[in-house]
Write a protein that binds this ligand. Structure first.
Ligand SMILES: Cc1ncc(COP(=O)(O)O)c(C=O)c1O
Length: 401
């Protein structure tokens, strides 16, 4: 299966502005179908959930459909999908909930590859509980997170392992299945940050062995909504702080306040969009998502090779990370230019990229570039094409020829 990239691009109104959107790792654009789903939801009349009148019932239906869509995207079950404003908020919530049973002597393992949203909430919760934090280290220059090190990091004292399914700057995909299997073997829970990984290929939470898997729809063509996917049975055993009259059921008891119902309709439309990326196909939505995300991955990886070859041929460019398994995410510096200067030059050439640490706080320190403004991130997603990459490389060449 291959992608019809011109057709995909035509589905995204924002791409018509002529910029090369290589900033998808910080948030993708949304297709017209998602915009329509959100406005249609408002137009149809939405009430708060839990009432007996049609507008209220529509909001409840939109929420159920959203849970099922997220479950289809990552391979979970709808009753195990917790919805919230974003991954960071949900992770703080889960950390606070899980840490209720932690105490001195317990150990939490975090990694230096992770976005800070899968580090600091665990460290702060551990500190409050008197638990110890242990670090999984990144191997340079490849930027890998070797799974073998977890043998010595884990013990029967470990209560939680937090690890990313892909680095948001280097793209490195650690062997999450091996890490979570080691965690399970010592009786620890695993919390996998799938925010950067989810948009770049097929996801199967069960195959990853993740007890909790976090993702954010705004990284995969949807609105600003986050989700954590877990086994409903596990969620039944946990009791987050909640308002007395708020639902005590799972997964609702993990959600605070009134959800953005119209945005949830947009999340469902985003999953439908991803399921159709490789064109019309037979099968369940889950099957179509798996097939089209595999095709998207192939497209991104082919283009990524062009990008890496192009930037790699420029003498003044340093590319960080070269793990064999990684998303199509380039992180680089240009000698004699700050990352902010490079990004500003690229913006003048109508190329959107990010500069800075991108919250890869520990990793940029390990790379020794955090205090120097870190680096420039150019990431590919299914709607990027060869002209985006060529424009990036040509614009960087003007600085680094
Ligand atoms: C890998 C990764 N984890 C976590 C986050 C935080 O996600 P959110 O903005 O949904 O809180 C991001 C956001 O950039 C990310 O890239």
């Amino acid at each position: 299966m291959t992608l019809d990239v011109p057709a995909i691009r035509a589905a995204y109104p924002a791409l018509a502005d002529g910029y090369a959107y290589l900033d998808g790792a910080a948030g993708t654009q949304v297709p017209g179908s998602v915009i329509d789903a959100i406005s249609d939801a408002y137009r149809s009349g939405l009430g708060n959930a839990g009432g007996v009148f049609p507008a209220s019932i529509r909001s409840a239906t939109v929420t159920e459909q959203c849970r099922q869509a997220v479950a289809d995207l990552v391979g979970g079950v709808a009753d195990g999908v917790i919805l919230g404003p974003n991954m960071t908020t949900l992770t703080y919530r889960l950390a606070g909930t899980l840490a209720r049973t932690w105490g001195p002597g317990d150990e939490v393992v975090v990694s230096r590859l992770d976005h800070d949203a899968n580090v600091r909430p665990w460290m702060q919760a551990a500190a409050r509980a008197g638990a110890t934090v242990r670090w999984a280290e990144v191997e340079l220059p490849a930027g890998e997170l070797p799974a073998g090190q977890y043998d010595s990091l884990l013990s029967e004292r470990t209560v939680l392992v937090a690890v990313t399914a892909a680095s948001n700057v280097l793209g490195t995909r650690p062997d999450v299945a091996e890490i979570t299997a080691k965690a399970r073997a010592v009786g620890a829970l695993s919390y996998v940050d799938g925010v950067h990984a989810t948009p770049h290929g097929p996801t199967d939470v069960a195959a990853l062995g993740a007890d909790f898997y976090a993702t954010s729809a705004y990284k995969w063509s949807g609105p600003h909504v986050g989700a954590v996917i877990a086994d409903p049975g596990l969620l039944e055993s946990l009791h987050p702080d909640k308002l007395e009259p708020a639902p005590g059921t799972v997964p609702e008891r993990f959600e605070q306040g009134t959800p953005p119902f119209a945005d949830l309709a947009g999340v469902t439309a985003a999953v439908e969009h991803l399921a159709a990326l490789a064109g019309p196909a037979a099968g369940t939505r889950r099957q179509r998502v798996l097939a089209s995300m595999a095709a998207a991955q192939d497209h991104e990886q082919a283009l990524f090779q062009v990008l890496l070859d192009g930037l790699g041929a420029l003498g003044q460019v340093t590319l960080y990370g070269k793990a064999p398994r990684r998303t199509a995410t380039a992180y680089f510096t240009v000698a004699g230019r700050t990352p902010a200067e490079v990004a500003a030059h690229l913006a003048e050439r109508k190329v959107n990229v990010w500069n800075g640490h991108n919250y890869a706080w520990e990793l940029t320190a390990v790379l020794g570039i955090r205090d120097a403004g870190s680096a420039v991130r150019a990431g590919l997603i299914h709607y990027n094409d060869r002209s985006d990459v060529d424009r990036l490389v040509a614009a960087v060449a003007e600085l680094a020829g």
